[in-house]
Design a protein around this ligand. Structure first.
Ligand SMILES: [Zn+2]
Length: 460
């Protein structure tokens, strides 16, 4: 029987909907911490039935009984991508769970290194609830309002796993998500904007790059009937100038949503513009050279997922995002931790000759200038190769249909070269090159530096 026709499954989903969606409003910080403690104990106990965790914990001499709550979390060893690969496939699921009932998902190819983990149907629902919660905080009712989600439906992605392999095959009624339009971010922006124009959503969620393209098309007179109240961006940090551009083009509220393949929703910006962690779903640690960072200081995140019966994620060190936590409080009424700033992934970074790390948020800034300053979306794809501290190569794909419209290719190159020089230093040689095609499975930044010899002095 398909899960969505199963009354017990449906009851479980509805029950969790009412309990989970409001948890960050229902529980105060103290109660939330107790809830986290309870969830962590459960997850560690469950992880002990998973060969990967069982072996790691045994080797470390730690037993589930030793973990009473979050304050004991650092007794547990960290888990790396390598651990998951080594134990894949049977060693990353619990001996108590029938693997055939789980759905395999693969992490995205932005870094070129893919990784498979398992989730169950309920995991997927809980992940979606996290998203529903964030849009509710901005006044959107997913049962009444029309919602457009522009997801990455390339065959290997998490969205394909969630929607095509997870939800759609189990869909028999229109009970759920009848106001929902799913679009593919790999389609041309011209096609996407036409579909949105017909649907007329109140809310649009999508990747930063695609939304930038749509904003530009809107400015050029496409999508006349599109007037959403709220837009949520995801994928990479939104730069201030691109945010302004989105607000101007769509006349909508913009907020950022932050998540990962491994865990689903992690955090989102509330109405006050503060980043709230979904503290009932995930627990984050922030480390710099192995020690926890201070409030406002950037560190690499260590992720623990507090729910699910698929592959457990406990002290996972391979999200590779640089994030600064915040000890400040927000007046919006949500409980849980706050994030000061999300810098982006450090495994797709560039390095300046003086040892500063240039994170994706910075070169996102450079590329978005082509959109909002030069007003063109003829730049179809790009890849950066760092040959040495003094030599960077930029390869771009130009949209043939637009080659002779708007600013010249050379003008675009010069804006990109100048932007990179501003970030990296004027003594760095920037080579720009036009190519026919870029392999999407490859990382967006190819790093040829010997990382062992590199001395990091800070973040730009
Ligand atoms: Zn808030």
């Amino acid at each position: 029987m398909n899960s969505f026709n199963n009354p017990i499954f449906l009851l479980k989903v509805l029950k969790s909907y009412f309990f989970e969606i409001n948890r960050l409003r229902r529980l105060n910080d103290e109660k939330l911490r107790k809830y986290q403690d309870k969830r962590l104990r459960k997850m560690v106990k469950f992880a002990y039935t998973v060969p990967l965790y069982h072996d790691k914990y045994k080797k470390e001499g730690v037993h589930p009984e030793d973990i009473r709550g979050i304050s004991d979390i650092n007794k547990l060893p960290m888990i790396s991508k390598h651990d998951f690969k080594k134990y894949y496939p049977d060693g990353i699921v619990s001996s108590k769970v029938n693997k055939n009932k789980l759905i395999e998902i693969t992490t995205s190819g932005t870094t070129g290194k893919s990784l498979s983990i398992y989730v169950d149907m309920f995991d997927i629902i809980a992940g979606l609830f996290g998203y529903v919660r964030s849009i509710r905080e901005h006044g959107i009712d997913w049962r009444k309002d029309k919602i457009t989600i522009i997801a990455d439906f390339a065959p290997h992605t998490v969205e394909s796993g969630y929607i095509h392999k997870g939800i759609q095959p189990r869909f028999s009624s229109k009970l759920f998500f009848k106001n929902l339009q799913w679009l593919n971010t790999n389609d041309p922006p011209e096609k996407v904007i036409e579909q949105i124009n017909k649907f007329k959503p109140v809310f649009i969620g999508g990747y930063v790059g695609m939304l930038g393209h749509l904003a530009l098309l809107k400015e050029k007179g496409f999508g006349k009937d599109i007037s959403p109240k709220v837009i949520a961006t995801t994928g990479s940090p939104l730069t201030n100038s691109l945010k302004e551009f989105l607000i101007k083009s769509f006349d909508a509220t913009i907020f950022q949503s932050y998540g990962s393949t491994e865990s689903g929703s992690i955090a989102f910006e509330c109405k006050n513009g503060n980043y709230h962690v979904m503290s009932d779903l995930v627990y984050l640690e922030y480390l710099k050279e192995g020690r926890p960072v201070e409030s406002g200081e950037a560190g690499k995140i260590l992720l623990t997922k507090l729910y699910g019966i698929g592959t457990p994620i406990i002290r996972y060190d391979a999200i590779n995002d640089i994030v600064a936590p915040s000890k400040k409080t927000c007046s919006c009424g949500l409980s849980g931790e706050l994030i000061d700033r999300i810098y982006g992934r450090d495994d797709i970074s560039l390095y300046s000759p003086d040892g500063r790390v240039i994170l994706p948020a910075s070169f996102g800034e450079i590329f978005s200038k082509v959109l909002y300053e030069l007003k063109t979306n003829k730049l179809k794809d790009a890849i950066i190769i760092q040959h040495s501290l003094k030599k960077i190569e930029l390869q771009v794909v130009i949209d043939e249909k637009q080659r002779n419209i708007g600013p010249s290719v050379e003008k675009i190159f010069s804006v990109l070269r100048q932007g990179l020089k501003e970030k990296l230093g004027k003594n760095v040689e920037i080579i720009t090159k036009e190519v026919k095609k870029i392999d999407r499975e490859k990382p967006r930044v190819i790093q040829k530096l010997d990382m062992k010899k590199l001395k990091i002095t800070g973040y730009a």
